[in-house]
Design a protein around this ligand. Structure first.
Ligand SMILES: C[S@@+](CC[C@H](N)C(=O)[O-])C[C@H]1O[C@@H](n2cnc3c(N)ncnc32)[C@H](O)[C@@H]1O
Length: 253
């Protein structure tokens, strides 16, 4: 099966964020087999490029120590969990650090949740939901995360997801994403070749890079609106950005 090809010509400028570019996986009518393989292979791509090992050690592990001294449990919500591999990995890491983990992944796309549930060995619950629905239920989590969701969002979506993630968190919020650059684009185009056949990984990965923020762009965007006060942009690894908020200590609610 051949992957659809289109707007990944390197000559297109990467100097500005291309928020109008649509990813193939965002089409509700996209090929289900290509989508399923894309979601399954995110597990490998995320392991190689997303940098969650160091994000866990720096931001989440300290909370496991606090949790161990309290009731021994840590709750984690993954917004836009897709195939769920990042959540499963964080849950395994936290359990290895000695805490019980309540892990919930939400995604509006039932096709992604089917992949997540098929790969799950019981580490996490996966639900079709938007973040606003969990707020309506009064849910709160010790850690709220997302991976590769920010670049999917327009202005309204970003406002909603950031506001909701903070409202759903008792403490820590971590939104991890690609940091756009020519080097990231060239490196991904070369490295994805063996994994890409029969999936959207090449086209959508390159479109994701075009849609993603640079750390300085995102910092400026957030600084221009008082509703975003308290968010901080970090650069946790090459080609990555991490948007964090740690407004309230654990236990405050
Ligand atoms: C590129 S995938 C990333 C999936 C997964 N987090 C990962 O890193 O592999 C983006 C996911 O975000 C979900 N998504 C898009 N808009 C969303 C929103 N407003 N709220 C929550 N999830 C959203 C999509 O359904 C999709 O599963």
């Amino acid at each position: 099966m051949t992957e659809p090809r289109s707007t990944d010509a390197p000559a297109r400028s990467l100097s500005r964020r291309d928020a109008d570019l649509r990813e193939l996986m965002d089409d509700p009518a996209c090929d289900p087999a290509l989508l399923r393989r894309t979601l399954e292979r995110f597990a490998i791509v995320n392991r190689l490029i997303s940098g969650w090992g160091s994000v866990y050690r720096r931001h989440v592990r300290p909370l496991t120590r606090t949790a161990a001294r309290a009731d021994g449990s840590l709750s984690v919500l993954d917004i836009g969990c897709g195939g769920g591999d990042v959540l499963r990995r964080l849950a395994r890491l936290a359990r290895a650090d000695g805490v019980e983990v309540v892990a919930v992944g939400i995604d509006p796309d039932e096709r992604a949740l089917e992949v997540a549930r098929a790969a799950s060995t019981g580490e996490a619950e996966y639900r079709q939901a938007y973040s606003s629905e969990l707020i309506g239920e009064g849910r709160r989590f010790d850690v709220v995360i997302s991976n590769h969701v920010l670049h999917h969002l327009g202005d309204d979506g970003l406002r909603t997801v950031l506001g909701d993630s903070r409202a759903l968190s008792r403490g820590l919020v971590l939104h991890s994403d690609i940091a756009r650059s020519r080097t990231a684009f060239a490196a991904y185009a070369a490295a994805i070749t063996p994994l890409a056949p029969g999936s959207f990984l090449r086209t959508d990965g390159l479109r994701s890079i075009r849609r993603s923020w640079t750390p300085s762009e995102l910092t400026r965007h957030l600084a221009a609106d008082p509703a975003y006060a308290g968010w901080r942009v970090e650069r946790p690894a090459p080609f990555r950005l991490l948007l964090t908020s740690s407004a309230e200590p654990r236990g405050a609610s």
